[in-house]
Design a protein around this ligand. Structure first.
Ligand SMILES: [Zn+2]
Length: 173
């Protein structure tokens, strides 16, 4: 069986306090004991209960959530078929309304049309689309870009912006 090594230096960098005494180690985070270990030959092994002793107890709802809100019927079938080793289900009750599921299944309403028809004169209607921030700034240190399209001429211009707040002043130009 493989194992993972933990570096005391890295734990210290992350704010842990590691003490070693009498063949035992104690790892504290924020003054609270996070883990204990016992020395075996030259290495300290974290004291952990074997997985078989850890009761995987949960409800159908919790398993549904932990599996990323997959189909409840499928999760129920997994429990009935005992597909998950050592899993004990204490409740087969699911929420009437699972909020993330409702949001996930919701369809967006279509964008309303802009009153139909095209503009009849120049600058009557200007479409704009702001993009960014880009991961790399341009040579002029711009992180954003905006595309303006005149609805009448279909003339399009792209402007580069250092910040979103520059958009209005550029629009007025
Ligand atoms: Zn859900």
């Amino acid at each position: 069986m493989g194992f993972n090594l933990m570096s005391v230096g890295m734990m210290e960098e992350r704010g842990a306090e590691v003490s070693v005494k009498g063949g035992k180690t104690i790892i504290k985070m924020n003054e609270k004991i996070a883990a204990c270990g016992t020395r075996k030959s030259a290495l300290y092994h974290l004291d952990m209960a074997p997985m078989s002793d850890v009761a995987a107890v949960a409800s159908l709802q919790l398993l549904h959530e932990r599996l990323g809100h997959v189909n409840v019927a499928g999760v129920r079938r997994m429990i009935y078929n005992k597909d998950i080793d050592g899993f004990k289900c204490f409740s087969m009750v699911v929420k009437d309304v699972c909020e993330p599921c409702v949001y996930g299944k919701a369809a967006m309403t279509p964008m309303p049309s802009a009153g139909g028809g095209r503009a009849t004169k120049r600058l009557q209607l200007v479409h704009s689309d702001l993009g960014g921030p880009m991961s790399e700034p341009s040579r002029g240190c711009a992180l954003y870009f905006c595309i303006f399209t005149d609805d009448f001429f279909r003339w399009t211009d792209v402007v580069l912006l250092q910040s979103k707040s520059d958009l209005l002043s550029d629009y007025k130009k």
